[in-house]
Unconditional design. Structure first.
Length: 113
């Protein structure tokens, strides 16, 4: 067995230290509210309310970011799809036979695919 620390263990330690720091800050915030004259139960509720607001704001931003990125991807894929349609369809130059985005039906008006 190796005595070296793996990346997974380092990552776990990092996450644990971040969590402990986060809990410490929430406890400090609750203690500060108590020192300001807020009853301890309300100070604890204030910490939870602050967390809930932060989570709501992050989810709100993530939702709109995902929506904008999804619409952007759909628009880009729609634009590239239109250029790849071949055959008889309604294109930028009207109804006609298109190949690689260019209308080439001049002289092919009565031909089939």
């Amino acid at each position: 067995m190796r005595d070296q620390v793996t990346n997974a263990q380092l990552f776990g330690r990092f996450c644990g230290q971040c969590w402990k720091g986060y809990v410490r800050k929430i406890q400090r915030f609750s203690a500060w509210l108590t020192q300001q004259g807020v009853p301890p139960h309300f100070a604890t509720f204030g910490g939870w309310a602050l967390q809930a607001i932060a989570i709501f704001v992050l989810l709100y931003v993530a939702f709109w970011l995902a929506l904008v990125l999804t619409l952007l991807v759909l628009c880009v894929s729609g634009l590239t799809y239109e250029d790849q349609i071949q055959g008889w369809h309604n294109g930028p130059e009207g109804y006609g036979y298109y190949q690689d985005g260019c209308r080439i039906d001049y002289g092919r008006l009565l031909d089939d695919d």
